[in-house]
Each structure stands twice: as C-alpha cells, then as structure tokens.
Design a protein around this ligand. Structure first.
Ligand code: ADP
Ligand code: MG
Length: 632
C-alpha cells in the first residue's frame, strides 16, 4: 500500500480515541467547557451510563452563532492564541480537541445562545459532519447532547465496561469538579434519577456533605492557613495576576477515619483535578504512623500556584501535570496536611462525647477507635467463644495489621520448607513435601503452643507445623461459609437499630448493582435517602463487627478491579466477610482455643492456604530438623 495522508475523518477518529476514551471522558470535557464558560449551573443528564445519551446544559456565556461550527473543528479553541499563553494556562481546556473528538464518534446536537444575541443556534452533527443547522429560541448558555457514542468505532464500543462501571466513573468526575467549584450548582441525573447535586452556595463544606455525607463532612479538618478560603472562593485563575506563592488548602480527615485504598485522596492544582502519585504519597506520608497498616486517609487538597510553574499539557486528558519543582510541592502538601492532623489529634483523644457520637447508628463511618480502645481480656474472651461455637457469630477485634499471614521469619541459608500455593517452585525437599500434602487434608496434630501471639506450633506424625492463626481461621471461616452458601442457608443476623451507610455517588452506584449478590450472602440493605443506605442485617459471622465498616470494606474491595463477573463479586464479598470475622494476629490464645482452631483446620478441604492464597502453615519435617542440626 502506498503511503498516503489519512482522510480528515479518519484522522479525527484516531485522534478522538486519545481524548474520548469512554462516556466519562466526554462528560469530563463538556463539564470543563461549561466551567470555562463561566457557568453557575451545570445539569448533567445521563442515560445508560452515557452509552445511550449524555446531555450537559450550562448557563455560561454561550458560543456566538457564527462560531459554533468552528468550535467542532480540530484544534479550534477560543482559549489560546499564542505559544506564550501555553506557559500559563488558566482555563481547563486549551487543546481545542474535545468537541471535534466527540462529534467524530457520536451524534451531537448543540444548542447555544451567546450573551448579547437574541436567538440561539442549533447544530446537528453526525460522525463529524454537520447534518442540520437552524435558529432557535434558547436561554443563554449551551446544551450539548450526545447520542450513540462510538457508533462508528465498534472496537471502542466493545471495550466499554458495564453500565454500572461507566456510571461510577461519571459520578467520580462530577463529584471532583463539584468539590473544586463549590460556587457552581451541579446536578447529575442517571436515567431520570438524581444521583448527586450541590447547592452552589460557594461553601466547600456543603459540597463535601453532598459527597461524603454529614457525618464525615463534620469531622473533616481544614488544611492550610487560609483553609476557609477555598470553601468560598473559586480557585485563582487570572494568569495576569502577580505570581502568588504556593498555597495548600482543603480538608483532611482525622486519623480515626480511614479507607481501604488511595481513591479517597483528591487533588486539585489551580482548580484542575489531577492524578499524581507523588502528591498522593505526600498525603499518605502526612499520616505516617497514625493510620493502621494498609489503610489510607481521606483528604481533599487544593494546590494553588503560579500557572507557569506547572505544565498541564502533558497528556490529552489533562489529568496529569508536571511541576517545575515537584519536591517543593511534595514537602508543602505533606507539611500542611501533617500540621492539620497533628494539631487536632491530642484534642480529639480526650474530647468528650467523641465516642458517643461514634456509636450512633446513624454514624456511617463506624467506630474505628475501637481497635485501640478495646484490648486485652474482653477481646480474647469474645473470640474464644467464637472458636468454640464456629457456626455462631464471632466477636473479634478489627485487624490493626491489615494483612496477615505475611512476614514469616526465614533463615538465610536454611531450606525453605513452605507448604503453600507456590512452594514447590524452588525444588528441593519442599517440593516433595508439597506433593505429598498439597490439596490433602492435614494429619491429626497436637498443639505445642503459640509464638508471638500470632503463630500456633503443632506436632504431626512427621514433623512440626507453624500455623498462621489469622490465615488458618480465615480458611476455616471460608469453608464454613461456602458450605452454608451451597446449602443456601447462610445464617443472617438482623440489626436491632440498623446501621446507616452514607456513600459517595459512585460507591452508591456500585452498591446498587451488587445489592442482590449481597442479599444472597446474608446482607439486607435498603435505600435510605440519597446515596444513603440502611443495613438491616448481616451474615451472622460478622454480627458483632461494625456493620458500616464491613459494608464499606466490601465496597472498597469491589472498587478494586473493573467489571467483575458475578461469581467474582460473590467471592470478593465472601472473602471480605471471612477476613473480617477471623481472629487476628497478635491475640494470645488459650490452649483450648488453639485446639479448637486446629481441629477445624484439620477438617478443611484445602487447609494449606487462606482464601487469598497465602500459606496457612509452614511444615518442618523431622528429617529437616535433623539436617539443620547436622545429625548424620
Ligand atoms: P477547548 O476547550 O480546549 O478550547 P473544545 O473542543 O472543548 O476545546 O471547545 C472548543 C471551543 O468551543 C472552546 O474553546 C469554547 O470557545 C467553545 N465552547 C465549547 N463548549 C462551550 C460551552 N459549554 N460554552 C461556551 N463555549 C463553549
Ligand atoms: Mg474543552
């Protein structure tokens, strides 16, 4: 085939792929345009997660009638005229790509009336070509409707995730922009139902209430000296203003509120939502030693800085930026957040009424301080009970270590006789033992004792076992749960008062789409106001856990990984339930408790690994011991 220049249409379709990856990217671009147009109200109407239709209506300055067609051409923008301006971009858009890209891959109708004009213009486009154009009466502002996104790019269509996933991503974008622009009234509707809205009052705290719920919003601590200012002001966007120093503002949750992943750290630079590993890490670092291992903070951080010290033209989607001095930004963010939480911490621990408020059933965040306040004998007794009555609800401490079953001591030169999922790979004695034991039930064992309040030592017919108590109990719980599931008899426990869970809109969408699976597994959860849910019952094994925390952890698990098949969803939920219900490392066990656990492990079909695949035990044969001691 000879070399030839691509047709304009094909080139546009190819370029469109970079900017408009999925429905949520179209929503993002259009919302950015509305913000750039000075809108005070932005209404977003989505059908079927944006696959069917997306409509964004704003009351911004509109597009002059004779410029509308131009707006849809590639590299057409009113926001940039010279390369000097590229050094200091003050608008969210500047590449002149979005409208061209969207119209290249969908059917678009735009109605816009520019301020100062008496009537509006309507333009219809299909696959990048204008198909109709007429004058219409319209209020000032712009309404863009997109239908049949990717109708002419079947490959892209095929790779779109489920409607629920697309909805969740749209929710995520919209909530982020609502946080950055509290003075704009946002309303997001999915299939006729309002999923999220803000008042446009100008107060960031009001937006945070809409996003995180009253309970969390009330607890959030202002960051930075001028921390009240982002709540009332729009970010600085005047490029001609004298270069201001870098300011860090926003809100950070106290260490008692934490999450299972980093998704709840939200960053903005000069009013632009960004994703930045380095700055995210700065926020995490600010909580160093204050959060349980494996848990992450919730924070909303605004970095306002001279426009020419940050390059926003790194990627077509404009969510990545490059700082001239990344180290300085890291330090400032870390320090500002750290100061906020340190200043608050000593007061909080003695603040009267704090614990009362945490035990209100309406508190959606749960009772995170319990992990540290309730210790010793009570905890021990509670799980002693559970071990003796494995089918009945257990009462266990939250897992302060997060991840158990790791970090077993190994000796540098010694053979590593691990019997687990990937044990045999190294060859040697372990392989042989692996082959003999993998998948098999365990032999009858005699409990010798406990090491480090975390490992149980037992003796079997051929040697010694070191058993990770948390991993082992997880395995036991998992097999019991699966057996109950197979019989369709998962014991469920009603909650007397119910427990309210307040979710962000994207989490709510995720929960809704999995509510049936949760129901099958013993959870009964009902809607309870916008993005709020009431947990009425939970699987009996977690009856004594904080139900709100259990549900939030399940949602966090589901958030990881896209488009799970139903089987996988159930599996994730079951694993989380079993993990939550299991005894933790660091708990001293009585002999009886150890014996009960070991007996149950002996009954398991797959006793060698926990449900997450980590080994439950390490075996050391009598022969290996002899070798280690240099016996002939
Ligand atoms: P960019 O935002 O990078 O300039 P777009 O393709 O998104 O590129 O938009 C092209 C132009 O169309 C913008 O520069 C702006 O002048 C105009 N425009 C787009 N959307 C709107 C809107 N909602 N209100 C007013 N003008 C708009
Ligand atoms: Mg734009």
């Amino acid at each position: 085939m000879p070399i030839q220049v691509l047709s304009e249409q094909l080139a546009s379709q190819i370029a469109a792929g970079e900017v408009i990856e999925r429905p949520a990217s179209a929503v993002k671009e259009l919302v950015e345009n509305a913000i750039d147009a000075g809108a005070r109200t932005i209404n977003i109407d989505i059908r079927e997660g944006g696959r069917k239709a997306i409509q964004i209506a704003d009351d911004g300055h509109g597009i002059p009638a004779d410029e509308v067609a131009t707006a849809f051409r590639r590299h057409a923008t009113s926001k940039l005229t010279s390369s000097e301006q590229l050094e200091a971009i003050s608008t969210l858009g500047f590449r002149g790509e979005a409208l061209a890209a969207i119209s290249a891959v969908s059917h678009v109708t735009i109605v816009s009336r520019s301020h100062g004009e008496t009537s509006g213009i309507r333009l219809q486009m299909s696959g990048g070509e204008i198909s109709a154009q007429d004058q219409v009466g319209a209020p000032q502002g712009t309404v863009i409707s997109i239908e049949n996104l990717f109708f002419n790019v079947p490959a892209r269509l095929k790779f779109l995730k489920t409607v629920a996933t697309e909805k969740r991503l749209i929710d995520e974008f919209v909530t982020k922009y609502a946080m950055a622009y509290p003075a704009i009234r946002f309303r997001l509707v999915h299939d006729g139902r309002i999923s999220f809205q803000t008042t446009g009052s100008g107060s960031l705290r009001d937006v945070l209430v809409s996003v995180y719920g009253t309970e969390i919003a009330r607890e959030l601590l202002p960051v930075g000296a001028t921390s009240d200012s982002p709540a009332t002001d729009l970010p600085i966007t005047d490029p001609l203003a004298a270069p201001s120093p870098i300011t860090i503002t926003g809100y950070a949750a106290p260490p008692s509120i934490h999450r299972a992943n980093r998704n709840h750290i939200t960053l903005f630079v000069n009013g632009r939502w960004i994703k930045d590993k380095n700055v995210t890490y700065a926020v995490v670092q600010a909580y160093h030693t204050l959060l349980p291992i494996g848990r992450y903070p919730l924070a909303v951080v605004f970095i306002d800085m001279p426009l020419n010290e940050v390059d926003v033209n790194v990627h077509p989607t404009k969510t990545e930026v490059r700082f001239t001095n990344a180290g300085q930004i890291f330090g400032k963010v870390q320090k500002a957040v750290r100061q906020t939480i340190i200043a608050d911490t000593p007061v909080r621990s003695i603040r009267p009424g704090h614990f009362e408020s945490l035990t209100q059933p309406s508190g959606w965040e749960g009772r995170p301080n319990q992990a540290f306040s309730r210790t010793g004998s009570e905890g021990d007794k509670s799980w002693e009970y559970a071990l003796r009555h494995p089918q009945e609800p257990g009462r266990f401490e939250p897992d302060p270590q997060g991840q158990m079953g790791l970090g077993l001591p190994r000796y540098a030169n010694a053979p590593q006789p691990i019997i687990g999922q990937d044990a045999g790979a190294n060859g040697g004695p372990a392989t042989q033992m692996q082959n003999e034991l993998a998948g098999d039930k365990l032999p009858i064992m005699r409990v010798i004792g406990q090491v480090g309040s975390s490992y149980i030592i037992t003796e079997g017919p051929e040697g010694m076992f070191m058993i990770d108590q948390h991993a082992a109990h997880e395995r036991v719980q998992y097999e019991n749960f699966m057996a109950a599931h197979a019989r369709q008899e998962i014991p469920s426990q009603g909650l007397v008062a119910g427990a309210a869970v307040h979710l962000s809109p994207d989490q709510a969408t995720l929960l809704e789409s999995n509510i049936a699976a949760l129901g099958d597994l013993g959870f009964s959860i009902e809607p309870f106001g916008p993005n709020a849910y009431m947990v009425r019952s939970v699987p009996a094994v977690v009856a004594h856990q904080d139900p709100t925390r259990v549900v939030l952890d399940i949602i966090a698990d589901l958030e990881r990984g896209d488009n799970p098949m139903q089987q996988k969803v159930e599996d994730k939920i079951i694993r989380r339930v079993c993990k939550t219900a299991s005894i933790k490392a660091g708990q001293t066990l009585s002999r009886q408790e150890m014996e009960s656990l070991i007996q149950q492990l002996e009954q398991c079909q797959n006793p060698h690994t926990c449900p997450h695949g980590r080994p439950t035990l390490i075996f050391l044969s009598v022969e290996q011991l002899a070798r280690e001691f240099g016996r002939p």
